[in-house]
Design a protein around this ligand. Structure first.
Ligand SMILES: *Cc1c(COP(=O)(O)O)cnc(C)c1O
Length: 468
């Protein structure tokens, strides 16, 4: 399998090179040259498989030529062994033909674990084969940092540095990062805000001699390997509600559009998916686009669903490329327009096509809180703020109540205890394996908001670790 860039000017690469590259050299995102497909009989044969067996089956065509089936199987088994319970992605029935797919049984209680745990192990495997090492750097406002740290901890070929704004992340979020005491994990509390953290990381990447010397990389959401690992649970859920004989619809709380795009990939691979419904919070750039055909960025507002507080949906580029019949020059024209003017519009024909695939609905914080309260009263089921937006979008937009609708629950309610308590009256407890989080020892360094201080700390640390 070879991969091409959405912008059409980067070399075709194999899976292992795409994994390490992340973003393509022409600024585009990588996609498989063709979509592998499964026949109805092949999908039916997955019914008796475990989650890890389905994962190997679904991902094998994407890594073909770069990673052997034996290695893929080992990496998949290692990855999902760290998830709680026998089933990494349980399906819970809320009502008639209405389900919630719980994607929060990984180490940090959010769906990003399903992809990042896999990505960290895949990085380690590919790097070890090459005798290479990587330094991962990232900035976090709280949520993605812990998923990245958990994914990279104890990986021989990786050192990870995560910056968070000192005193400006919640205690759960800070502890989920700073209580990981692995030698290759380095938490930096920066005396500044989230933008300062992000700007410092950007400056590290812009410092070419430094970037090359330490082999700087990121684990951001545009990495193809993350999308690929997320395709698996669409198959898993569909099989449980009767695929391939029965069609299924999905509702997805959306930020960068990576999760929905993975569902679209499952559809391209032959899964009979009827509807995709996306939900957003007040940061509704995608919903506005679906309504008007105009993509236009506004400032970000803070909501009770912070993992969806985005200005633009970086993964939407892959979907646009598909809807443009993979015409890279048309895509580049739109992206250039967006870069210079902050907006672009598409043709009515494009929008008609988009509307056959996705529909969406927005929920502000009050509507989200009401959903949490209503679902708790009706079903006794406690949703987190992000998952509630998925369920709300499903209810608002479903076209056919005879088709099972699966809403993706992307975070455990205990990750956002204050908002969940305010909405439902119930304080969500952390799962057993994290119940001593508040007693665990923490480790981090606090640094001034200065590029030189951060760069110096990374260099010194890598030298001490004999990695530089
Ligand atoms: C990242 C995240 C989302 C948004 O997912 P995208 O793939 O960026 O659309 C939704 N919910 C939670 C809890 C998240 O962490």
């Amino acid at each position: 399998m070879k991969y091409i860039s959405t912008r059409g000017k980067a070399p075709k690469l194999a899976f292992d090179d795409v994994l390490l590259a992340g973003l393509a050299r022409d600024g585009g995102l990588y996609l498989p040259e063709t979509w592998p497909t499964f026949s109805k009989a092949e999908i039916a044969a997955m019914k008796d498989m475990s989650y890890t067996q389905v994962a190997v089956k679904v991902m094998a065509p994407f890594v073909e030529g770069a990673v052997s089936i034996e290695d893929l199987t080992r990496i998949v088994n290692d990855t999902y062994a760290v998830f709680e319970g026998d089933d990494p992605a349980p399906l819970v029935k809320l009502g008639e033909n209405e389900y919630v797919l719980e994607l929060f049984h990984g180490p940090t209680l959010a769906f990003k674990d399903y992809a990042l745990q896999f990505l960290g192990r895949m990085f380690d495997h590919v790097l070890a084969k090459r005798g290479a090492k990587l330094t991962i750097a990232g900035a976090t406002s709280g949520d993605t940092g812990s998923a990245a740290i958990e994914a990279c901890r104890d990986r021989d070929a990786i050192e990870i540095f995560i910056l968070h704004p000192a005193g400006k992340v919640s205690e759960v979020q800070r502890r989920q990062m700073t209580t990981v005491l692995s030698d290759n994990v380095h938490n930096i509390a920066l005396r500044g805000n989230f933008d300062d953290c992000q700007n410092t990381v950007k400056a590290l990447f812009a410092d070419e001699p430094f970037r090359d010397a330490v082999h700087l990389s990121a684990v951001n959401s545009i990495n193809w390997a993350r999308i690929m690992a997320q395709v698996v649970y669409y198959f898993w859920a569909a099989l449980k509600v009767g695929a391939p004989e029965t069609p299924v619809s999905f509702a997805v709380p959306t930020g960068n559009f990576g999760n929905v795009f993975a569902g679209y990939v499952a559809k391209q691979m032959g899964l009979n998916i009827n509807q995709f419904v996306v939900g957003s919070n007040a940061n509704d750039i995608l919903i506005r686009f679906i309504e008007t055909g105009r993509m236009e960025s506004k400032g970000v507002v803070e909501t009770t669903s912070p993992s969806m507080d985005i200005q633009i949906s970086s993964n939407f580029e892959r979907f646009m490329f598909e809807l443009l019949d993979r015409n890279a020059s048309d895509l580049v024209a739109l992206m250039d327009e967006f870069k210079t003017t902050g907006k672009f519009s598409v043709t009515p024909a494009f929008m008609n096509r988009l509307k056959t695939l996705v529909d969406g609905e927005r929920f502000d914080d009050a509507a989200t809180a009401k959903l949490i309260g209503d679902v708790y009263k009706q079903s006794g089921y406690l949703l987190d703020t992000h998952s509630a937006i998925g369920v709300g979008a499903a209810r608002a937009r479903r076209q056919n109540s005879a088709i099972p609708m699966v809403a993706l629950a992307t975070a455990h309610p205990a990750k956002f205890p204050d908002a969940v308590k305010a909405a439902s009256g119930v304080h969500p407890a952390l799962p057993e394996f994290l119940s001593d989080l508040y007693e665990r020892k923490e480790r981090s360094v606090t640094l001034d908001n200065s590029f030189d201080a951060v760069k110096g700390y990374i260099e010194t640390t890598l030298k001490e670790r004999a990695k530089l």
